[in-house]
Design a protein around this ligand. Structure first.
Ligand code: SF4
Ligand SMILES: [Zn+2]
Length: 358
């Protein structure tokens, strides 16, 4: 297992340049956030290995990701949402959980079956979420069916996860793997770990009886549409083949503020993926041995995954339908003239002439 120190990876790996640019971009931010309020909270439903469950998704406001402080990933603006000063106390984190429980009580008839906790970093990193808070969260949600916590692979340990599994909770770790291709993860995403670290984290989670949900990123900067599509098809297949990785969530890249992707997009050098590409990956990997879902954020907008503007809503509905039913025939029911433009882009766009069409 790797040492949880971004600095180690920064040396000798050619990441210094990416990190320097990212630090510069992030330093432009000037918002500050209240440490007693979660970043976001919402109710939804999710496909799990035990079927579709009602869910409460919580984005805790923590000190932000350690890697983002070193520079961080080219598409990630989350650190811009973290609190001033860099760390959040146990009491403040518990206040955030209370706000989420109130939101749930006001808006749902029943407590959600599934609780998903993200931190814009790593819930299992004790610099972000102290052990005391982690245990209190496990206690608070002990009566639910399932919990998902987000973490980079470095911080996944059977000991921490057993605090959840020992309470009878089905537990999953959400790992932002982004791609199974190490070269793309290092050079396009600027993320420091290797696919083998992800495999190790899956084995570690298994020791505690927990599972893993891999998060993939479709179309980081510097990949043409066809390269991004091929990268996702092979990544879904490789993740599904890893023992204990039962779900793959493929998220199309969207343009977030204070990121390298934003700078490229502003200068006409980056277009988020087509929704047709998202659909194509889901269709082509439908027989993979894992639940494969996608939740395109900002779909249909210029800064999110989009098609021509006419068909975006219909394609997004088909994707949502696929997420719940895993039936690729949902995509046969949508078509649009812009598929021809998309096909041309797949054939002709290269990493050095992109974007071929906006
Ligand atoms: S994507 Fe994850 S690892 Fe990368 S900077 Fe953002 S929070 Fe940190
Ligand atoms: Zn269209």
């Amino acid at each position: 297992m790797s040492q949880p120190s971004p600095e180690v990876y920064e040396r000798d790996r050619g990441m210094d340049a990416h990190n320097a640019v990212m630090r510069d971009i992030r330093s432009e931010r000037d918002e500050t956030y209240d440490a007693h309020e979660p970043t976001r909270v919402w109710l939804d439903e999710d496909n799990t290995p035990d079927g579709v469950k009602t869910s409460l998704t919580i984005i805790l406001n923590t000190g932000g990701c350690r890697w983002a402080r070193a520079g961080g990933c080219t598409m990630c603006g989350y650190v811009a949402e973290s609190v001033e000063g860099g760390s959040v106390s146990h009491e403040a984190l518990m206040d955030q959980i209370d706000v989420c429980l109130e939101h749930e009580a006001e808006n749902a008839d029943e407590p959600a079956e599934l609780i998903k906790i993200y931190t814009s970093g790593s819930f299992l990193d004790e610099r972000e979420v102290p052990a005391e808070s982690r245990r209190a969260v496990a206690e608070t949600f002990a009566d639910r069916e399932r919990v998902v916590v987000e973490s980079l692979p470095d911080f996944v340990s059977a000991e921490k996860l057993s605090e959840f599994t020992d309470r009878g909770l089905e537990t999953d770790v959400a790992v932002g793997l982004e791609t199974a291709t190490d070269r793309v993860r290092h050079d396009c995403v600027n993320k420091y770990f290797a696919f083998s670290d992800f495999e190790d984290a899956c084995a570690e989670a298994a020791e505690a009886g927990a599972g893993v949900k891999a998060y993939l990123l479709m179309k980081p900067p510097f990949l043409a549409e066809s390269e991004a599509l091929a990268d996702m098809v092979s990544s879904v297949e490789r993740c599904a083949a890893v023992d204990n990785c039962h779900t793959v969530s493929m998220n199309p890249c969207n343009v977030q503020r204070y990121t390298m992707v934003d700078e490229l997009h502003f200068r006409g050098g980056y277009r988020p993926p087509w929704l047709w590409s998202v659909a194509a990956v889901l269709e082509r990997t439908a027989d993979a041995d894992a639940i494969v879902v996608s939740d395109p954020v900002g779909a249909g907008s210029d800064r999110g995954p989009h098609n021509c503007g006419e068909c975006d809503d219909r394609v997004q509905t088909a994707i949502k339908d696929f997420d719940l039913r895993q039936d690729p025939s949902v995509f046969e029911q949508v078509s649009c003239e812009c598929e021809r433009t998309w096909e041309l882009v797949l054939e002709e766009e290269t990493a050095f002439n992109q974007p071929l069409a906006r």
